[in-house]
Design a protein around this ligand. Structure first.
Ligand code: ACO
Length: 350
């Protein structure tokens, strides 16, 4: 019988410092109304000055252990941290996680912009299903606000920080991850980037170390790719949109999420929205949203969850997971459930 990989444990973390839209109004020429109607974001959680991606990753794994027990980490033989903001170019942030939790495991970072965590899931799936790994810890952690130009209101209002972690290991049918859809188009690199070592992109766009974005182009790309990638992922799972129990998209902009939901013909009740609370925390956004959905009792054994993300590259990823099959309990912490509803006021020109 072929092995199928599934998600058997999950955890997440968001820094305690919260930056409200009203706080941003004091720092730049913007308004709470503009931010809410254009993006759905009300606030974002921001890493402290001395808090870095590895710290966010540690806390997300600690949350996973609190929820599912230390046995969830027993036998982890590979750690992957998907991030765009590693503590250092090397060592890998994943090696710091491996050491912190005393794991006898390989460790590497994976950079694929915001879809990075879904790319990490696809690698974990391949490792587990091929027998290369028995158990993979796949983390998405991001301290993106450290790369924000606080003078640039068109990017500064969008991003936040956080972490999410999952254990991937063999599960019995019908549980587990369906084949994933991964894509990239480096021809759009100039529309969304943050420089590190290189001085410019192939088209001559200068890099200055900060996140730079052509919001309109990224918006159009995002709406297009959320549509095509989700349909491809649903097809790859042998399903139709009606089979999807919960849609868990990358949390970048409520208008983008809502457009994708509408194209899939899903009722708003079947979409997880956390962008209002966290803004866009890149690779952390989907595992964080999944963890919220778990706490809110919105994920049941056997549910088919559709995940999709887009970002710099340009890049995208999507996949369906049939939830369940783990042996560590349901991991739910109802007391931590979030009550704020999805934002309703929408506007904008894009
Ligand atoms: N506050 C007030 N006004 C603003 C702000 C702000 N924070 N930012 C821009 N504006 C102004 C602009 O200057 C412009 O003014 P003008 O008409 O006088 O020139 C006006 O608002 C409209 O600007 P647009 O860019 O047309 O606004 P739009 O409705 O497109 O919304 C936004 C902008 C929210 C950035 C949208 O384009 C978007 O969400 N794009 C996708 C971004 C995204 O998801 N990025 C993350 C990708 S994931 C990753 O990998 C990081």
């Amino acid at each position: 019988m072929t092995t199928r990989a599934g998600i058997t444990a999950l955890g997440a973390y968001a820094p305690s410092t919260v930056l409200e839209n009203a706080d941003l109004e004091k720092r730049m020429d913007t308004s709470d109304a503009w931010i809410r109607t254009r993006t759905g974001i009300r606030r974002r959680h921001v890493a402290a000055e001395d808090e870095f991606t590895s710290d966010l990753a540690f806390r997300a794994v600690e949350d996973l252990v609190d929820r599912f027990g230390p046995e969830a980490l027993d036998g982890v033989d590979m750690v992957i941290v998907a991030t765009n903001t590693p503590d250092a170019l090397f060592p890998a942030t994943a090696a710091l996680v491996q050491h912190r939790f005393g794991l006898k495991a390989g460790a590497f970072d994976l950079l694929a912009a915001c879809p990075g965590w879904l790319y990490a899931l696809s690698v974990a799936k391949a490792y587990v299903e091929s027998g290369q790994s028995k158990k993979v810890l796949a983390i998405g952690a991001e301290a993106l606000t450290k790369l924000i130009d606080w003078e640039d209101r068109s990017t500064a209002v969008l991003f936040g920080d956080g972490g999410g972690a999952a254990v991937i290991e063999p599960v019995d049918a019908p549980y587990g991850l369906a084949p994933m859809v991964l894509g990239a188009d480096g021809g759009g690199a100039q529309h969304l980037h943050a420089g590190a070592i290189g001085r410019c992109l192939p088209d001559g766009t200068k890099l200055d170390g900060k996140v730079r974005m052509n919001g309109r182009e990224v918006f159009k790309f995002a709406v297009r790719v959320m549509d095509t990638a989700t349909i491809e992922a649903i097809d790859a799972a042998g399903l139709t949109p009606d089979d999807i129990g919960l849609f868990v998209p990358h949390q970048a902009n409520f208008r983008i999420i809502d457009a994708a939901r509408e194209r899939l013909g899903l009722h708003p009740d079947r979409v997880v929205v956390t962008v209002d609370e966290y803004g866009n925390n890149s690779t952390a956004s989907i595992p964080l949203a999944l963890t919220h959905a778990l706490d809110e009792g919105r994920i049941a054994d056997g549910d088919r969850l559709l995940m999709v993300a887009f970002g710099g590259g340009l890049s995208w990823a999507a996949g369906v997971v049939v939830w369940g099959g783990g042996r560590y309990g349901d991991g739910r912490r109802p007391t931590a459930a979030r009550t704020s509803a999805a934002p309703l006021e929408l506007g904008g020109t894009t």
